[in-house]
Design a binder for this molecule. Sequence first.
Ligand code: FAD
Ligand code: FES
Length: 357
Amino acid sequence: MADTHKIYFEPVDIEMEVGEDEKILDAAFRQGIHLMHGCREGQCSACKSYILEGEIQMERYSTFACNDAEVEEGYVLLCRAHAFSDCTIELLNFDEDELLGGVPIQDVRTRVTAIEPMTRDIVSLRLTAIEPATYEFKPGQYSDITIPGTDEHRSFSMATTQSTPGEVEFLIKKYPGGRFSALLDDGLSVGDELHVNGPYGSFTIKDGHALPVVCIGGGAGMAPILSLLRHLNETGSTRPVRFYYGARTAADLFYVDEILALGEGLRDFEFVACLSESLPGAGSPDGGGMPPGVSPEFGNVTDVVARREEALAKCEVYLCGPPPMVDAALAFLEQQGVPNDQVFHDSFTSPVTVVTT
Ligand SMILES: Cc1cc2nc3c(=O)[nH]c(=O)nc-3n(C[C@H](O)[C@H](O)[C@H](O)COP(=O)(O)OP(=O)(O)OC[C@H]3O[C@@H](n4cnc5c(N)ncnc54)[C@H](O)[C@@H]3O)c2cc1C
Ligand code: FES
């Protein structure tokens, strides 16, 4: 058995044990401690912390998430870190409510109930929980789905909420040759079993907060935002909500009817379709198949948000989708002075695209 060490977290005054063979973030989850995290694969920096004392080594990570100078100074990505002595670690970000009160991680056997194309490259995958028969998670969180026949997984955000605790929907973008997503064409069928582990992620909405909500999503980033919208609607939220959705053309929009219907149940809601590869006029009802009730804006989603939102620093911003979109929007939000604790984001990275130097 591997040697174990004690980890003491400051400033929250929590102590736990970790084996040398497990990553510190995983050891924390195992002991019911929910540290701040995003991708859990060394790419997003959400788990970045500071080593005050002790010996730590990291597995492969992206230098965009933690650069060499930061590592030299003592910063560490807890999702990649192994401890080789007792350590004291300063948490740079933490959510006091989540820390000891997050949803426990569950292993769920599920069965595929539907695989339906939504657009040319986005598929809705619906699963029903078999054992246990329900799956607990918070709106906006994600799961790891095991790639059948392997011990590898890919992460996907739930589009549903606890109103259907045994029925879960994921929205998945297909990549040619993608280890998991390519299975949606011919490797996976209704009736097949999939193993789901989760929930993970800090992209959740807090009941009781009052700031206006601005959601910015692109592509399959629709999934966790749909979960948030469904939750806001189901809980009768009175918060103003704006949803900016980036797509290439009108043909890449989906679930628009449901989004507009959810919005009708909210006090103040607007859906803005941001088309990056259409020219003004091309997406009009007579020109390009724009769904009824939607007036498109043209350009990248971040540029559209910049044109339309004047008081982002007084909003909570929920941001998710392809990594370049998320990175551009994060830089813009920083420029606008939006406080870090008002920004929630998930970057849809793949473990095969980790950039190291
Ligand atoms: C927290 C989190 C939540 C996520 N939620 C979702 C979700 O709800 N829906 C969803 O579709 N995906 C989501 N992802 C991404 C998902 O986990 C997979 O990484 C993605 O589906 C690719 O997996 P794959 O096995 O199909 O392709 P892989 O076998 O991993 O990759 C195959 C090829 O596809 C290309 N590729 C893969 N990912 C990217 C990328 N991001 N940008 C450019 N090219 C890429 C590369 O060329 C790569 O070589 C999420 C990721 C994270 C970290
Ligand atoms: S870098 Fe650790 S959670 Fe993303």
